[in-house]
Design a protein around this ligand. Structure first.
Ligand code: NAP
Ligand code: ZN
Ligand code: ZN
Length: 351
């Protein structure tokens, strides 16, 4: 074991504060990574504050991790010291169930081991995420960051990127499709970029009138401010696919009504409370309502390579580690353009 400095929530009501944890020493198939940056996902807030229940404390969030390989285990073949690497939402899975065999580790039947808030493999304690100086991960759950991408701006690809890329690819979105993206936050801004890169005609739906220009700059062909009822009515039954990236309670039925025959609304946002579904808005036009969870490891690498080929990164606001609690408050006010990324060099050292 070795000591590692990080930022943790001690309880649902406590702000994040400096702490020291123990990480395992590098095993034969492990890679030890010195973390340079970690993105701040809204799931970090939901978990730190126990909004989804079941948070294990102390809780160290962070699953948009990038850094350099500092050490490799004796049997590691995929990485060498100094490589630019990333870790997303998962650090292991059973590897034997049909989902794992199909490269869908996020749907592992006994359950994937998530980067934070999962039981540790040895049964002692739980996993700690990327708000730390370093992490030790099995090589099979480590990703390569393309050389041409800025590390800080690539970090949020590990969650916000794959979570929006995966459903767009699964539903075969491309030229000729009308796509709506709901909510311009960390996930939403990547949803817009990917849907545009895949050739779709894209509309951003936002509650924030101040984000109209940004939506267009990010590539959206149209932007609808959702408080404008007439603008919403004008879009009725014209979309093939809608990606809902909203983190809080909102009316999904308003978006079902925008789908044309056989259109699909895919929910990736995970509000704390259940959302009411009006059956009439679904049965008309045989609409589909589905969900999607991050993406598998192979697909995450494909997404990163796609970003390398198309020069796609995230629009980020770098923060110091000690600013994390302020960053959470700003995210709750939809005030982030469009992802906070912690510069891990700012981690306070124990005195
Ligand atoms: P975020 O950066 O905070 O963005 C959320 C956006 O939702 C806001 O920017 C805002 O966009 C919109 N919004 C917020 N409150 C709203 C409200 N009351 N009504 C309507 N719109 C509202 O969050 P994120 O990191 O992108 O995460 C979004 C959600 O996805 C979270 O629930 C997160 O836990 C979840 N998530 C799911 C997966 C998965 O695998 N399915 C992976 C990662 C994250 P506008 O200002 O444009 O309206
Ligand atoms: Zn996330
Ligand atoms: Zn499995």
């Amino acid at each position: 074991m070795f000591s590692c400095t990080g930022y943790a929530a001690a309880s649902a009501k406590a702000p994040l504060a400096p702490t020291t944890i123990q990480r395992r020493t590098t095993g034969p198939t492990d890679v030890r990574i010195t973390i340079t940056h970690c993105g701040v996902c809204h799931s970090d807030i939901h978990t730190a504050r126990n909004e989804w229940r079941g948070t294990l404390y102390p809780c160290i969030p962070g699953h948009e991790i990038v850094g350099h390989v500092a050490e490799t285990g004796a049997s590691v073949t995929k990485y060498k010291v100094g490589d630019r690497v990333g870790v997303g939402c998962m650090v292991d899975s059973c590897r034997e169930c049909p989902s794992c065999k199909a490269g869908l580790e996020q749907y592992c039947e006994p359950g994937a081991r998530f980067t934070y808030n999962s039981p540790e493999a040895n049964g002692q304690g739980h996993t700690f995420g990327g708000y730390t100086q370093s992490i030790v991960v099995d090589q099979d759950f480590v990703l390569k960051i393309p050389e041409n991408l800025d590390m800080a701006a690539a970090a949020p690809l590990l969650c916000a990127g794959i979570t929006t890329y995966s459903p767009l690819v699964h539903w075969k979105i491309g030229k000729g499709h009308r796509v709506g993206v709901v909510g311009l936050g960390g996930l939403g801004h990547m949803g817009v970029k990917f849907a545009v890169a895949l050739g779709a005609e894209v509309t951003l739906f936002t509650t924030s009138a101040s984000k109209v220009e940004d939506g267009k700059r990010l590539g959206a062909h149209h932007v609808v401010v959702t408080k404008d009822e007439n603008a919403m009515k004008a879009e009725a039954a014209t979309y093939d696919f809608i990606l809902d990236c909203v983190s809080a309670r909102h009316d999904v039925n308003a978006y079902f009504r925008l789908l044309r025959l056989d259109g699909a609304l895919v929910q990736v946002g995970l509000p704390e409370e259940p959302l009411p579904v009006e059956m009439f808005s679904l049965v008309h036009k045989r609409r589909n309502f589905a969900g999607s969870l991050i993406g598998g490891i192979e697909e995450t690498q494909k997404m990163l390579d796609f970003c390398g080929d198309h020069n796609i990164t995230c629009d980020i606001e770098p923060i110091r580690m000690e600013d994390i609690n302020t960053a959470y408050e700003r995210m709750l006010k939809s005030d982030v353009k469009y992802r906070f990324v912690i510069d891990m060099n700012t981690m306070p050292q124990p005195t």
